[in-house]
Design a protein around this ligand. Structure first.
Ligand code: NAD
Length: 653
């Protein structure tokens, strides 16, 4: 849906970001003009959009034909024409302040008086750009991440003069694109996401420069022990070591010697074939999980947390916004403020104080807000409050971070796995939350449970490998209770599968009683490719559900099968077109909600337990269950309704 305050969008620049922003705006229904300085450049950008839309169409991820989206895009070289009717201009020209100021001055002259002027800059001052106009209150930052089509996050940045109305329109515009905005309330260098990211890259570089660690130790530790999607050096090689170097230089921030050496040697990362790793003559980022044993991860995280404290203390962003920013913008396994609360802010502060005393280096100087939190007893999750507040006690389900749930008056408990940025990967914490929710909820209030994944890509694409790597073998044995809790829950459970349903995600779906999938969904148990086996009941439940032949095919080959085959094999109850998904799920849910709760509970129990018993024992269980039900009010109601030819009203008694 489009934003009523914005109808026409003009994007300046048809490069990497410009064409991507144009594409997402057109996909959301806006009329967009994309402008670059030469006809060839706009044509190239347009071709990039065509290519990208084609790929999205192949993956069935467009709501309408690509041609209709393309029809909303105009290309232009003349600036005056390009912005003549614009409600919002988004500048995505090269990252140079002199150029940006020139562009903003021109925009001020040519764009309608009420148009909002935004910059997609990653690091330059919005306030300074706005100073080139006579409407600084209508200038803001809209920082999309690369590539805009895939990345969900957009930072909405206030310059010193930006009005709330302008920022709010920017925020709503981002939401209308189906993306997640976060406010950056002050024009600070690095905004929110790159401020937190700074120490992630720089501190390990200092440690390597000082001979306190190696590149492989740092990368292995941050990925395999702390669950980050990439190691700091691996990431620098990908983005270009020179990029981080210039940002620091421009900001006047001290540069770790190893970074400077690499830039001097023109070993800039993947793009030059060599950086911290060798991509031509070597194996690239070839660190192994065990390489990170002795690395001081707290030193790096304490510095990131210190930056987060500064952002909160200075009212630049709130903890939830920072957490959303790093999860969606950087793929962090959890928000940095959440992680800080888990580590304990007192431990973080102590780490910084020790390093500050030892080195006297300002980068370890604890932020005032961090000190304030610790002094006021807000030391994190164990204390009931830190950056965030925690529900400490009381019975019943609490507030969860990684899942959403809603229990309606009809007894439908709808659970949403909420890690779309990780394709709803099941981390230890998420499994714990599922376990806690189903254990804490009052079963008498529930008649049916559905599980689904947030976002538009996956039910759940597997286990969060990074999160599990720190587990000891005994901890790992605790991972499975959540699957058992789902399997044994006293009410029918349905997995609503749209997209990937892999590995641990498949195991969660298998722990449910019923599985309904969209046709585009993919099922698989890829664990074998990691040298592992499914560890959440997958081998056994697949065996019982599909028989040995098909179960072994899935487990041994580790391949995906499509929804149609899954339905054919009995892995899914239905495989339906996307547009019929909600209706079909709704029909299943309605039947269960209207069904007799005790009867369904007994049916589930005898079928689950009977499946593992001898036929004689299973038949005995069944007759016991049958006998038990005969004395219930629901059976009296069911038989009466049958005789009277009306719908029964079961009460669960
Ligand atoms: P790019 O070099 O791929 O594209 C920039 C385009 O702008 C070029 O095609 C250039 O010809 C065009 N251009 C130059 N002057 C112009 C003008 N006056 N009017 C219109 N177009 C003009 O660069 P990019 O990677 O797309 O980056 C653009 C902006 O987005 C920069 O400010 C950058 O910091 C920011 N950004 C980049 C990334 C990223 O990862 N690439 C991520 C977020 C933000």
């Amino acid at each position: 849906m489009t934003d009523p305050d914005v109808r026409r969008v003009t994007v300046l620049g048809a490069g990497n970001m410009g064409h991507g922003i144009t594409e997402v705006a057109a996909m959301a229904g806006y009329d967009v003009t994309m402008r670059d300085v030469e006809a060839d450049l706009v044509a190239d950008g347009y071709e990039d959009i065509e290519w990208s839309l084609e790929k999205l169409a192949e993956k069935d991820r467009l709501d309408e034909p690509a041609d209709e989206i393309l029809a909303r895009i105009d290309t232009e070289v003349d600036l005056e024409t390009a912005v003549a009717d614009a409600d919002l201009v988004i500048e995505a020209a090269p990252e140079r302040m002199d150029l940006k100021k020139e562009i903003f001055a021109d925009l001020d002259e040519y764009a309608p008086d009420d148009a909002l002027l935004a910059s997609n800059t990653s690091s330059l001052s919005i306030t300074e750009m706005a100073s080139a106009t006579v409407r600084p209150d209508q200038v803001l930052g809209l920082h999309f991440f690369n590539p805009p089509v895939k990345m969900d996050l957009v930072e909405v940045i206030y310059g010193d003069e930006t009005s709330d109305e302008t920022a709010e329109t920017g925020y709503e515009f981002v939401e209308s694109l189906g993306k997640t905005p976060i406010y950056v309330r002050k024009d600070v260098r690095g905004f929110v996401v790159n401020t937190v990211l700074g120490p992630f890259s720089a501190e390990p570089a200092w440690m390597v420069s000082n001979g306190e660690a190696t590149v492989r130790e740092a990368d292995a530790a941050m990925v395999h022990r702390r669950g980050y999607p990439m190691g700091p050096f691996e990431l620098a090689d990908l983005t270009g070591i020179d990029v981080g170097y210039h940002v620091r230089k421009e900001a006047g921030t001290p540069i770790p010697p190893i970074m400077a050496e690499k830039v001097e040697a023109e070993e800039l990362g993947r793009k030059t074939g060599k950086g911290y790793y060798d991509y031509e003559d070597g194996d690239g980022a070839d660190y192994e999980p065990g390489d990170g044993e002795g690395f001081d991860t707290l030193r790096v995280e304490a510095r990131m947390i210190n930056e987060a404290a500064y952002l909160v203390g200075d009212d630049v962003a709130m903890p939830d916004e920072i957490d959303t920013g790093v999860k969606l913008g950087l793929g962090f396994p959890e928000g940095i403020c959440r992680r800080a609360d888990k580590i304990g802010l007192d431990a973080v502060l102590e780490k910084l104080e020790t390093l500050y005393e030892e080195t006297g280096d300002d980068r370890f100087a604890p932020d005032d807000y961090l000190v304030e939190l610790v002094e006021s007893g807000r030391t994190g999750e164990d204390a009931g409050a830190g950056f965030h507040e925690y529900d400490t006690g009381g019975s019943g389900p609490g507030d969860y971070r990684l899942l959403n749930y809603e229990l309606d008056d009809d007894g439908l408990l709808a659970v949403e796995l909420d890690r779309p940025e990780r394709m709803n990967a099941l981390s230890g914490d998420l499994l714990e939350e599922i376990d806690d929710l189903l254990s804490a909820v009052d079963v008498d209030d529930v008649r049916c449970v559905t599980f689904e994944g947030a976002g538009d890509r996956a039910f759940s694409a597997g286990a969060d490998i990074g999160g599990f790597a720190e587990l000891s073998p005994t901890d790992a044995m605790d991972v499975t209770p959540a699957f058992e809790t789902v399997h044994d829950f006293d009410r029918p459970t349905i997995a609503k599968i749209d997209g990937f349903c892999l590995g641990a995600g498949l195991e969660l779906a298998l722990a449910c009683d019923l599985r309904i999938a969209t046709e585009r969904s993919q099922f698989g148990a890829p664990e074998i490719g990691l040298g592992l086996i499914p560890g959440g009941g997958g081998t056994q439940r697949l065996l019982r559900l599909l028989g040995e032949t098909r179960a072994k095919e899935l487990v041994f080959r580790g391949n995906h099968i499509d929804a149609e085959r899954a339905a054919d094999w009995g892995l899914a109850n239905r495989a339906v077109p996307a547009e019929e998904f909600d209706t079909v799920v709704g029909e299943f849910v309605d039947d269960i909600l209207e069904g007799p709760p005790v009867g369904l509970k007994v049916a589930k129990t005898v079928m689950n337990e009977g499946a593992d018993a001898s036929l004689d024992a299973a038949l005995a269980m069944e007759s016991q269950g049958f006998g038990l039900l005969m004395s219930t009010e629901d059976v009296r109601e069911g038989t009466a309704a049958f005789r009277e030819d009306r719908e029964p009203e079961f009460t669960g008694k």
